[in-house]
Design a protein around this ligand. Sequence first.
Ligand code: SF4
Length: 123
Amino acid sequence: MTDKDRPSTWKTYSQGLCRGCHGSCCTMPVEVRLQDLVRLGVVHEDEAAGSIKKVAKRLKREGVIVSFRQGTDLFMLTQQANSDCVFLNSRTRLCTVYDRRPDVCREFPAIGPRPGFCPVRKE
Ligand code: SF4
């Protein structure tokens, strides 16, 4: 059994591994960039051209993000009480914004805590 918090327990990623998975990777903290938030449709391009701190403040107030790191300009997406990503459907275990999902989600597990490995969990 894998433990998302212990990458040494993760399985080598292979095609088809995601089928039937509980969506463990979508229960890990997700950091995104401004351009991801624009693609997600939660920030308008006009707003993105303005103050990034103001954007962060609004998104925090609306519960889309929990924090913003100045310097790296990374926003941390909100996780639900059970650690699910704010965009994960808790029943189907599928991403509700799949076509608009952030780059980091598209690139996982090629990038991540243990590149090429996955915290797959079938239930
Ligand atoms: S945005 Fe979608 S793919 Fe990315 S962590 Fe959230 S539910 Fe998963």
